[in-house]
Each structure stands twice: as C-alpha cells, then as structure tokens.
Design a protein around this ligand. Sequence first.
Ligand SMILES: *Cc1c(COP(=O)(O)O)cnc(C)c1O
Length: 346
Amino acid sequence: MTVEHSDFRSDTVTRPSSAMREAMAQAPVGDDVLDGDPTVQELEREAARWLGKEAALFVPSGTMANQIAVSVWTRPGDEVLLESHAHMLSYESGALGALHGVQTMTIEGEGGVMTREQVEARIRPDFVHCPRTALLCLEQTHMSSGGRVVPIERFHGPLLAARDRGIPVHLDGARLANAVVASGVSAEEWARQVDSVSLCFSKGLGAPVGSVVAGSAEFREKALRVRKRLGGWMRQSGIIAAGALLALRENVDRLAEDHALAKQLAEALHAMDGLVCPPETVHTNIALVRVEHPELSAVDVAARLFENRVRVMPLDPHHLRFVTHMDVGAKDLERLVRSLRGIMTA
Ligand SMILES: *Cc1c(COP(=O)(O)O)cnc(C)c1O
C-alpha cells in the first residue's frame, strides 16, 4: 500500500468524492456534438445563472476557456492588456501569440491590483500606426500574488477605463468561487460588467475535469466555433459535466474551510524562525511563504518535507507555495507544522 502524502501543492490534486463519482456514473448523456448532451446543457444553464450571464459553454480546461475568449474578442495584430503576472500571460504556454497572433501590453499591478489610470495610460490611440487595443483581461482571484482578492472598488477601476473606450473585458475567473466566498460579493456582481468570464470546476471546487466560459448568447455562438476549432467539443461529456455540476451545487460554500485552513497555516508558519508569511496576505486558499534560512533554500525545504510525506511547491529558491483544498485538513496541517519545526531548527 502506498502511504498518502499531505499534498499542499495545488487545489487541482483533489480526487472526486464517492458521491461525485456516483453522480458521474448515473448522469444522462448524449453526443454533445451531434444532438446535445443533457447534463452538459444543465451545467451550462446553471453556470450561466450563477455567473449572471446569458449563456455558458463547457470546455475541458481553464486555459481553453480563456483562449476561446481571446479568439472571440481579437484579430491578429491586436493588442491585449494584462497584469504582468497574469496566468494568461505566464502559464498558458504562449497561447496569446501562438494561437491568436496578438501582442501583449502588460501593467505591473500591486498584488494583482491595477489602477484605472494605469489602464487608461496603456490603451492605444485610434491611430493607423498603432495596434488596436482589443481586450483587457482581469484575474480574480489573482493566482501569482497568492490567490488575493482584488477588492470590488479596485476591480472596477480598470474595468471602467476599458468600458470608456469601448474595449471588451475578459475575466479569468478560474478561482472566482474563492473570491465570492472570501468577499461575500456574488459571482454575478463580480462578473456584471465584464463581457466574458471563465470559471474552473477542477480547482478548489473539486471536480476532476472542466471549465466554462460565459457571456452573452452572441458570445457563446462565436465561442462555439472556436471550441470546435480547438478540438474542445466533446461527445458524451455529461459524464464529466456531472462532476462539475455537483461541484458548483455543493462545493462553493465549503471553500470557507479551505480559506480558514490557509489562514491557520500562515499563522503557524509565520511564527516560525526563518519563514515569512504574514497572515493578512492570505485572502483565500493559497499561502506564499518566504524561506529565510542560512543553509536551506525553498527547494531544500520542499525536499525535506517530501521525506516527511508532505508535498509543497517551491516557486523559486526563496518561496514555497501552499494551497489548501478539500483533500487536506487539520491533520495534514499538524503533520506539516511538526515536520517544518524539525526541518527549520535542525
Ligand atoms: C488554473 C488556472 C487557469 C487554467 O486552468 P487549467 O484548467 O489548468 O487550464 C487559468 N487561470 C488561472 C488564474 C488559474 O489559476
């Protein structure tokens, strides 16, 4: 028998619960390409309602959801505005250039927060020599700053700058559910003024596969063609949509537990010599921890933790990333803290 690790690397490592597996096994299905799949349709309706949008489209991944939106809103030679550390820029394998022939203009945010003035200053003039600023992308929660929630009033600034110039806005809402639970602001409210929004079911919500991209009915029509082009239109996909549907219905509110555990984790680690993780920087389920040890790098600490059956992600020589999710709990945190005490004081 393999010994289970306490896995704090990512909220994508969760296994479907037996109830979820059962729902998937029992889901009514059809050929979604040929005549439609009833479970996919149900998920798309519910996800659209939850996001306050007219229509949603089921896709295999958050990356595809985001890239479909870029394809709908841009033409080759256009420019896309993004925060410097946006997932769409750093972790989607160069898709913006490779798939859509767009160039990017980045804005250095503070903890993911951009200002209205920063966005206004980067929008190109309507001038034949310049690329067309075709799209502004926002991200909530902001992954690389440690899952921080951009507060609603600051969220609106960049959005209004784009609106004023008639530029569409896409929200990368892979972890929007975490923002909803942490802020008490509904998904509908976060998504109200954006033209398209993505949402992942395979992160903290605990489904094995699946995301949606939502917007107007007209947006969905265009997105449908792009999904086909990318090979993301699946057949009896109700099997996986059933997992996503259960995730959306039952696993949103419980994200509060993940957030509380991440906060506890930050408090415990910040109190240790050689580890820095101010608890107030932890808004949701991600904790970024700075390692300040005379001999051990973050990579060394991660390797030692692995020997203690705790898995974490080193981001660079000085930082570790911890993510809480439905498959880690108080016992895992205990094991982590006990192991780290030994490692840091050895
Ligand atoms: C995970 C993530 C994505 C991509 O989702 P995949 O399903 O892994 O393709 C996009 N944006 C953000 C902010 C993410 O955290």
